[in-house]
Ligand binder design. Sequence first.
Ligand code: SAH
Ligand code: SF4
Ligand code: F3S
Length: 458
Amino acid sequence: MAKKLFIKTYGCQMNVYDSARMADVLRPLGYESTDSVDGADMVILNTCHIREKASEKVYSELGRLNRAREERAARDGGRMVIAVAGCVAQAEGEEIVARAPFVDMVFGPQTYHRLPELVARASRAGGVAVLDVEFPVEAKFDSLPEETSPPGATAFLSIQEGCDRFCTFCVVPYTRGAEYSRDADAIEAEARRLVAAGAREITLLGQNVNAWHGRGLDGRDWRLGRLIAHLADIDGLDRIRYMTSHPRDMDAELIAAHGSVDKLMPYLHLPVQSGSDRILAAMNRQHTAEDFRRIVDRLRAVRADLALSSDFIVGFPGEGDADFAATLRLVSETGFASAYSFKYSARPGTPAATMENQVPESVKDERLAGLQQLVDGQEAAFHRSKRDATVPVLFQSRGRQTGQIVGRSPWLQAVIVEAPETLIGAIAECRITGIGTHSLHGEVLDDRRRPETERACA
Ligand code: SAH
Ligand code: SF4
Ligand code: F3S
């Protein structure tokens, strides 16, 4: 009988991608994915270490899982394997084993292709946790099996992993290791498989995705702009996105691609973190606020309807009122369609954690509220700017209410319409009729893609 696998994913899209790949690796061993802990034979927590709150969640979740496991054993004698993967496993492997000794397996992001071996070792280990947090010399991507998890209309594709930038606040270079780029032919092959399996949109992923440079199809070193132009030739692939990028790696070719590749969506997540040059330098971001403004100008010059989103950290060590005011100014001048703001969280082992002038929590709270108010206003204004517009929507799922389906605009806005479910997986022109806080309402204008029968009785 098939065994049930439940993977709970925290953190970024790279973890979402990795969770699907772990399911692919375990499928040949007889594990079928399920969406709850109930009755699961194996539970994997795919964890995130980026902020303190994120990593502390793991320990409370592990406590709950241990109780579920005991209940299960008492109920039907079944055994539930508990595993911790992802960035907390990488950063605190030993500590997890010490704090939660009932855990069976702890393994880092570079080891997923070795899961079959780990599972076999865990079943022999008899109550002793199996730990694997090596950065193996062989490349994980080359050793993973081809993906068998069905993609939806939108799919993620990891093209780059790791980071060499070493921003002083960030754990990623330590949890994911050095930058590694896959070759263009492997990426193209995976993209073609995803499209053949039904994906219409692909988001290229990497911790620092625009640092991607891999062997191109002509044997030369390609950069991201070239790769995107190449993938745009795939028939049936309608939308391309990429994330997360660093301002320093926005090269001329990539900026130009925003103007010349229609399938590249006019929405870019470009984290800037702060508007103060002093703080940007202390963060080791290696660019100024003015550099960021210039990049945005160049992008908008080639693609006028480009919308931007970003990440901000408030309360980085040494951030004074004038620095924070510079951040607010940058936000006001740039105009974002969306933005994520975080309170600085000191992470063990990173240079900023031991910097002087740590900012008090109360100041961070105040700044966070101020920044969020500003970006919420910008987000609302951006949504309102689409009222009465006609936009192509890629439908992805059913809506909350019967008869509704939900998709995304080119600018990643959720668009809710009343239309038959047969439109899921298709792109249709919609007129935007209403503006909500986090979504738009619309009506389908173009029903060419509905099956004949639907149209006949409409
Ligand atoms: N690779 C991406 C982002 C990685 S983490 C980049 O370079 O931008 C996602 C976001 O989390 C970051 O952009 C940053 O805003 C936030 N973040 C990272 N470390 C943090 C910390 N120690 N405290 C608070 N926020 C943090
Ligand atoms: Fe972290 Fe900076 Fe690398 Fe982004 S670029 S992953 S913030 S070190
Ligand atoms: Fe978190 Fe690791 Fe992603 S720390 S944000 S899951 S790279």
